[in-house]
Design a protein around this ligand. Structure first.
Ligand SMILES: NC(=O)c1ccc[n+]([C@@H]2O[C@H](COP(=O)([O-])OP(=O)(O)OC[C@H]3O[C@@H](n4cnc5c(N)ncnc54)[C@H](OP(=O)(O)O)[C@@H]3O)[C@@H](O)[C@H]2O)c1
Length: 406
């Protein structure tokens, strides 16, 4: 049996509901849910608003009340089967007397997954994969975290139309207009960590905090993403703005560095060296330990090049200004591409004018050849398994299971 048109419409609504909480649920996924009564009319809806809050299914079932009996529950992620801070959704769905469950994406986590089997065992009809691609997109950060066992990384940059991130004399503030810069604060407010290299901190002394939101947007105004500085040689100045108390900061230094000047100013972590700096896989493993689901990589070009070369960039957001410089630093440093056949060819998800500039959002897919790591490809392989096969997607080796808090 396939999804009815009422179920398909309900799934679109459930995805829109899930999208409302993007950035607010970490370390949990975003989930939206719609309950249809036995006549196919909407009886209840809801979304998971924050970690520790009720799950989407519970909110929607509560609103539906008796009308859930014999009805259909439509949800963006497989209902969990796990007792955490809240009870397992699979049990709540069974107790509500729902006849059918339609979900989009399988839960890849070994901890919370398995709800579909419990539902089927209870005699509930289960349909999976409805609007899976859209539901994957809205939950990209958490699915990367769960499947690849590392934070999802978005590299954000501002560049000119001819691909420069600074002029020949090093000046780079500001390439884009105030609207684009405000939009960056929206991105920061949705992520758990902001990463920059020591070169950017030394050159620009950025603050890397969330600012400039409307007072009514209280939840996001108070978000304080962890500031993460890759500073192999412990070169950043103790008076750098990223070391103030406006938000927590983690400075990653090499095992042989002398970080005494930074002690007491930020949390410090020692990492092995690899390539042109710190081992970035080890850096992301450190962030994973801190339950960082999504990271915004704000540069600069050297660090971004290394992240890309290591296969650790999932999404790129470029703010492109209608400005020409002709000389100056490139937006992206060496990313291991020596011939066109090795180029990273991205899939564009969105192009939006922001004031006088353009914001281009793209997903990093497979490199044509010579790829050291291609996160889009790995994730797509995992997600294909999650959508088509009956087992949870476990194709990626992972040292420790992800924790989905409830
Ligand atoms: N337009 C934009 O969007 C944008 C954004 C950011 C920066 N910028 C500009 O970029 C310029 C700074 O460029 P940058 O390339 O020097 O800055 P960067 O990429 O922020 O920092 C580079 C430094 O990071 C450290 N690092 C640690 N691990 C690394 C690794 N695995 N790979 C590479 N580097 C690693 C290295 O220093 P250690 O050896 O000390 O570890 C390296 O010298 C500034 O002019 C700034 O204005 C522009």
């Amino acid at each position: 049996m396939t999804a009815s048109s009422a179920e398909d419409t309900a799934m679109r609504r459930a995805i829109a509901l899930a999208a409302r909480a993007v950035g607010d649920t970490s370390p949990n996924p975003v989930v939206g849910c719609v309950v249809l009564d036995s006549a196919g009319d909407v009886a209840g809806e809801g979304f998971h608003a924050f970690a520790g809050g009720p799950h989407a299914e519970v909110v929607a079932l509560r609103e539906a009340g008796e009308r859930a009996q014999g009805g259909t529950l439509v949800v963006t992620l497989e209902p969990c089967d796990h007792q955490g801070r809240t009870g397992p959704c699979s049990r709540a769905v069974i107790a509500a007397g729902v006849r059918r469950v339609v979900y989009a994406v399988a839960d890849p986590g070994p901890v919370a997954g398995g709800g579909a089997c419990r539902l089927a065992d209870a005699g509930i009809e289960v349909e999976r994969g409805v609007r899976a691609a859209e539901a994957e997109r809205v939950n990209a950060e958490w699915l990367t975290y769960a499947r690849l066992n590392r934070p999802h990384v978005t590299w954000k940059f501002a560049g000119t139309l001819d691909g420069r991130s600074a002029a020949a004399d090093g000046t780079s503030q500001w390439i884009t207009g105030p609207e684009a810069r405000r939009d960056v604060h929206r991105l920061r407010a949705r992520c758990d960590a902001i990463i920059a290299g020591s070169g950017t901190v030394l050159a620009d002394d950025p603050h890397l905090t969330v600012r400039g939101f409307d007072p009514h947007d209280h939840l996001r105004t108070h978000r304080r993403p962890l500031r993460v500085i890759a500073d192999g040689r412990a070169r950043i100045r103790p008076e750098s703005r990223v070391l103030d108390d406006a938000a927590p900061t983690l400075v990653a230094v090499a095992e042989d560095a002398d970080p005494r000047a930074l002690e007491g100013r930020a949390a410090l972590v020692r990492l092995p060296r690899a390539g042109r700096g710190l081992d970035l896989t080890a850096l992301l493993a450190e962030l994973r330990e801190r339950q960082i689901v999504s990271a915004l990589l704000e540069g600069g070009p050297s660090l971004a090049g290394s992240f890309l070369a290591a296969g650790l960039v999932d999404r790129v957001i470029g703010y492109v200004a209608p400005v020409l410089l002709g000389a100056g630093a490139a937006a992206l440093g060496d990313a291991g591409v020596t011939t066109l056949a090795q180029a990273y060819r991205l899939e564009i998800d969105d192009i939006t004018p922001i004031g006088p500039d353009l914001r281009i959002t793209a997903t990093v897919g497979a490199r044509a050849s010579g790829a050291e790591g291609a996160p889009g490809q790995a994730l797509r392989a995992a997600s294909r398994d999650a959508t088509v096969a009956d087992e949870p997607a476990m194709v990626i080796a992972r040292p420790a299971p992800p924790r989905r808090e409830n």
